[in-house]
Ligand binder design. Structure first.
Ligand code: AVJ
Length: 331
């Protein structure tokens, strides 16, 4: 038999999760959120296997434009983005997931001749290992995966520059202003003089379009939202009756976010056995499960400036629904 012509891909994945795994803080976090006068849950708990599937379905809904718009920008403008980022050698991707949208960027970096390495950073070990192996195979480049909660463990990934740190998908919209400011300040700290940050943000637009994107007619977003209660039932031994809550999402034009909630359809008590906690709901009482902040270019420039970043590039899709921005550490 002929010896294999393939070279061994240079792929490593480092796991830096807390001892209790990715969900170690969940119990304490849920207790705090559900004992507040205005109840809330973190959107990070949406994404169990079913939740991730439902989110995939959301991205294909006619009303949910952000994923398509971001893809359109990447498709049209990747070459220009890569050039504006100084023909980077390394792509570090926060929340890489299956890295589907990343390939367009990797291709553009390869075409520009700079691409040497890719570092997927994600909370899911399984997906990160899979993504790292696939990209290593397909591109024949150095891959350094990092499994961590990048909100907590973001640190400099030891790879050659110039680097571009990408945070795509509009997930920054989930962050509260404080959380967003400290995250961006840490990103600014991470960037060397030749490095760039590439951020995907959904843009402010008319209420009708925004509310339709989070209240789809097929009811997938409602199912996605309600699924977080199933996650609490499964992981914390809660006894939420999913049919006793309804999905609600509306544009808050003062705070510039879509406010996503679950509303109790009746007065009820819910037992969360692993917390030794009983949570009471009034009829129509709501839990906030997510905010999805929308941005304007000028607003984002101000947010960057406060974090020690400076916008150096801006691209939108032809319809102006979504923005990709490039930033560097302010000099
Ligand atoms: C994954 C946070 C970008 O805010 O649009 C979609 C999540 N929630 N529909 C968003 C989501 C309901 C999504 N992000």
């Amino acid at each position: 038999m002929a010896p294999s012509a393939e070279t061994t891909p240079d792929v490593e994945v480092e796991v830096r999760l807390p001892p209790g795994g990715p969900l170690s803080g969940m119990a304490a976090d849920v207790r705090i959120g559900l004992t507040k006068p205005f109840k809330e849950l973190s959107p990070r708990y949406f994404y169990d296997e079913r939740g991730s599937e439902l989110f995939e379905e959301i991205t294909e809904l006619p009303e949910y434009y952000p994923t398509r718009s971001e893809r359109a920008i990447l498709k049209n403008d990747s070459a220009e983005i890569v050039e504006a980022a100084g023909n980077p050698a390394t792509l570090i991707e926060l929340g890489s997931g299956s890295a589907l949208k990343t390939r367009v960027l990797l291709d553009a970096m390869q075409d520009a001749g700079g691409l040497r390495a890719y570092a997927p950073v994600d909370i899911s070990e399984e997906i990160t290992r899979d993504t790292a192996a696939k990209v290593g195979d397909e591109y024949g480049i150095q891959v350094r995966g990092l499994v961590c909660d990048f909100e907590r463990d973001l640190e400099r990934v030891p790879l050659g520059g110039p680097r571009v740190v990408a945070f795509l998908g509009g997930t920054i919209g989930n962050f509260e202003p404080q959380q967003r400011a400290s995250f961006l300040a840490r990103v600014a700290n991470l960037l060397g003089p030749e490095d760039h940050f590439l951020l995907g943000t959904d843009l402010i637009k008319d209420r009708e379009t925004l509310e339709a994107a989070y209240n789809d007619s097929a009811g997938v977003t409602a199912e996605f939202n309600l699924n977080v209660l199933a996650v609490l039932n499964e992981r914390l031994g809660a006894d939420f009756d999913l049919s006793a809550f309804e999905h609600a999402a509306f544009w808050d034009e003062e705070n510039l976010f879509v406010d996503i909630r679950l509303r109790s359809l009746r007065r009820q008590l819910v037992e969360i056995s692993e917390l030794g906690l009983t949570v009471g709901f009034e009829r129509s009482e709501e839990i906030r499960t997510e905010i999805s902040t929308k941005f304007r270019r000028e607003g984002l420039e101000g947010i960057y400036a406060e974090a020690g970043l400076e916008m150096s590039g801006w691209w939108t899709d032809p319809e102006g629904l979504y923005g990709l921005s490039l930033a560097r550490a302010a000099g």
